[in-house]
Structures are given as C-alpha cells and as structure tokens.
Design a binder for this molecule. Structure first.
Ligand code: BEZ
Length: 275
C-alpha cells in the first residue's frame, strides 16, 4: 500500500509539473471561424494536390472544424476527420463530417484509407515518427499521404519574440515550444524510413496577411504558450511580443512569416509501424 501511495504521489507530481511547463492548447471554433478562416482558404490548394476522387476513403488528419473535409467530401470521397480538440470535432460534426477525437501520434486504423490528407496540423503532432507510422498503417498499399504544415523557419520572427518575452519572465521557450518545423530533408528521411516513397517535398516561404492584430493570432494559435504566463501579466506579455515582432506594415496591417512544408508521398515497402 505504501509503495502504491508513493507511486500515485509521484505520478501526480510529474503530471502537474509537465502541465505547468506546457499548458494545453485549446481551440474556440467560433473565434477560429472568424479570425483563422485564411488557414482553410490556403488549404484549398492542398486539397487540389490531393486530387480526391469519388469513392475514395480519405482521412483528414487534424481536420479542425472540418471545412476542408467538407470540400474533399464534395468531390465524392468518403471522408473521416480526426482531431485532438473536442471543440473542433464538435464543430466538424455540426457541419456533417464524420469526425472523431483522437491523437495523431496514436492512430488506430489499419489498411483502410486510399489517402491521408493534412493541412496546417502536423506541426502540432509529436513525435513525427509515431505520426508517420500511424499514417503508414492506416493506408492501403500504394495509398498516398499528401499534406502541408509549418517547415523550418516557420513563424521564426514570432517564436523569437515569444522566446524573448518568456525569458524576461524566467520562462524557458525550449520547454514550452509546442511545434515541430522540420526542413525538407529531415521530413523526407522520416517519410522514407517510415515506408513511404516521396513524390515531392519542398519548403515554401509564404508570408501571410492575417485579418486582425497579431495579438488575436497569438490568442488563437499560441494559447498554450501564453498560458504559461500568469493571467495578470498576459496582456503585457502579448503586447511585448507584438512590439518585438515588427510584422505590421505602415498601414497597420499584420502578416505572419509562415514557411510551408509541402509534400506528397506513397506507401511503398512495409514501414517501421508495420508489424
Ligand atoms: C502554421 O504554420 O500553420 C502554424 C504554426 C504555429 C501556430 C499556428 C499556425
């Protein structure tokens, strides 16, 4: 009894320190729909690269509110959405998507999809090896994995400003960084070692105008990072990040220094995730 009590105490202590180090990112679908519509608008080109056809079964990995899942469905494909946010899954279901709550690094599908699609989501899923292994397992032989996410250098100006404002408060950016932004060679290697043949992969800088102020963007996309700052200081923290980032033009319009990693790959030989 004594040792199980100690174990319970230890695991609680570990969990709470991990939560303090990395507060959970949450999503508000209404705000996302209002201020982050550009994400799915840019994602239309990724759906074009996927080229879904009628009758295909396709997994939208990190489907968010299901805007792009719906577009894929309009092409006649049978789409399943998966997202780690209960709020976004509910929003996707409300638009008629067969969406499920799940962890991209723990996919439980087996040889059932013709394609796995992902837009602006893979940088949230770690470790990438487990994500790729799950995608490989989920695909039928020859199935394709087509996606776009943040690549090396993505939002560098923003992350540097975040790191500086956190350091001022004694907080360590490395411990809080929620994102994975690989370069093309690193991700190619991960895909190939995971059993994929890479048809194309490239880093594409895409400075992106945003509809509102950078502080709105930070409140949506960096909520987990800002959550590490005491709430009484959060407004000052966000102000400091915005001032340091210098991403506003002379007319007061903000843009963010996105760099996309675009790829298309096909399941080939059995990968790491296959038996
Ligand atoms: C993106 O590259 O899409 C992204 C990365 C981090 C936060 C928000 C968006």
């Amino acid at each position: 009894m004594k040792s199980s009590g100690i174990t319970r105490f230890r695991s609680t202590a570990i969990r709470s320190s991990a939560e303090a180090a990395s507060p959970r990112q949450t999503w508000d679908p209404e705000r996302y729909g209002r201020d982050a519509r550009f994400v799915s608008e840019y994602g239309i080109a990724v759906v074009e690269a996927l080229a879904p056809t009628a009758g295909e079964r396709i997994l939208d990995l990190g489907c968010g509110d299901g805007t792009l899942s719906a577009l894929i469905g309009e092409r006649g494909a049978d789409v399943i959405g998966l997202d780690s946010s209960p709020e976004q899954v509910a929003a996707a279901r409300a638009r008629g998507i067969d969406a499920h709550l799940g962890d991209g690094a723990a996919l439980a599908y087996d040889s059932e999809f013709d394609a796995v699609f992902s837009n602006a989501a893979l940088h949230w899923m770690r470790p990438p090896r487990r994500v790729i292994a799950g995608v490989e397992r989920a695909l039928k032989r020859g199935g394709r994995f087509v996606g776009e996410f943040g690549g090396a250098g993505n939002i560098r100006v923003v992350t540097q400003a975040l790191a500086r404002a956190l350091a001022t408060r004694g907080l360590d950016w490395k411990a809080l960084d929620p994102w994975y932004f690989p370069d093309a060679e690193e991700y190619r290697r991960e895909l190939e070692e995971g059993g994929f043949r890479v048809a194309s992969i490239a880093l594409v800088p895409r400075p992106t105008p945003i509809p509102g102020h950078l502080s709105d963007w930070l409140e949506i996309f960096a909520a987990g990072v800002s959550g590490a700052v005491p709430s009484s200081e959060r407004a000052a923290f966000l102000g400091e990040v915005c001032d340091a980032a210098e991403l506003c033009d002379s007319d007061g319009r903000w843009s963010v220094d996105y760099v996309r990693l675009r790829f298309a790959a096909h399941k080939s030989a059995p990968g790491r995730g296959t038996g």
